[in-house]
Design a binder for this molecule. Sequence first.
Ligand code: ATP
Length: 327
Amino acid sequence: MDQQKLLSLLMQDEYVSGAWISRQLGVTRAGIWKAIESLRAQGCQIESAHRRGYRLVPPENAVWPSCIRKYLRTKWVGQRIDYYDTIDSTNLAARQLGQLSAALAPHGTLIVADEQTQGRGRINRTWQSKPGDAALMSLLLRPEACLPPESVCFVMISALAVCDVCRSFGADAAIKWPNDIVCGGKKICGMLLDMSIEMDYIHCAVVGVGLNIAGYPYADDLRHASCLNEVTGKALNRAEVIARFLEEFERWYDRWAVGGVDALLPDYCARCVTIGSRVQVVGLKETFEGEALRVTPDGSLLVRRDDGAEIPVHAGDVSVRGVMGYA
Ligand code: ATP
């Protein structure tokens, strides 16, 4: 029997029944019992309870589906949750799932990992994280009749959701346009949107989130990083933070599904520290400074250059830095 598959089924819920596992794996219940005994012999802590089934005891601060589901109260986000100890990139895995049918990988499927070996950021940048530190996750979205330019809303939804979750845990969080979350000028979260387009419509979209919770890597280029525990002075449970994020994401997404970008923009702008700041826009061809005026409904940042020209800056190809610091 595939032990890895058995383990991932055991990680799905706090208790999983032998009957359910045997259906999933096409193995008799006696076969399951034997396989569980073999896992126990290898050191896995698996409890069994009458009528409830087996419980694989998670290590502290694990981000297994069972740990997330303990806190999760959503209608459609996180119906399917796939967990990896290590993965190249959760966005890549979610994109692959996007090729399956919606019955197998429904709208709101979550991929979560403890470690990424090829975590990516915008413009081919890398996202770095050590095991145990972060919430590294991607949501697969299957929006209905949604055109590619509207995809900017998924980044807004995600930014609003992360910002509100961080605030709910006591962090003074804000959005740095377009898709970073900062606390006291330090970056605690980055996001990355991937899309697959068919016949001019979005077939599926993937929103990746890297949220530093317990720690972050120390590196010269990460001098502006921080994490939720550092800014709140708390020792937060990663699975709880993820579950709360999923709830907030669902709330903002449902709001967008009814009211479109107008239902997001005022709240996005109210949380955006970039607006009203003096910024440096670093593009591939040119760099300029100016005052960030507002975010427009297509997600661009309108910047007034020193010569008075108002330039719409698109998120795809620029970095924006505060002139007085990172944010
Ligand atoms: P920025 O304005 O910070 O360059 P960005 O939106 O262009 O942000 P992202 O796609 O969010 O970039 O993320 C990639 C960048 O984030 C990397 O270039 C690196 O500077 C920074 N970074 C990488 N890992 C982390 C981390 N764990 N915590 C904070 N920052 C990180």
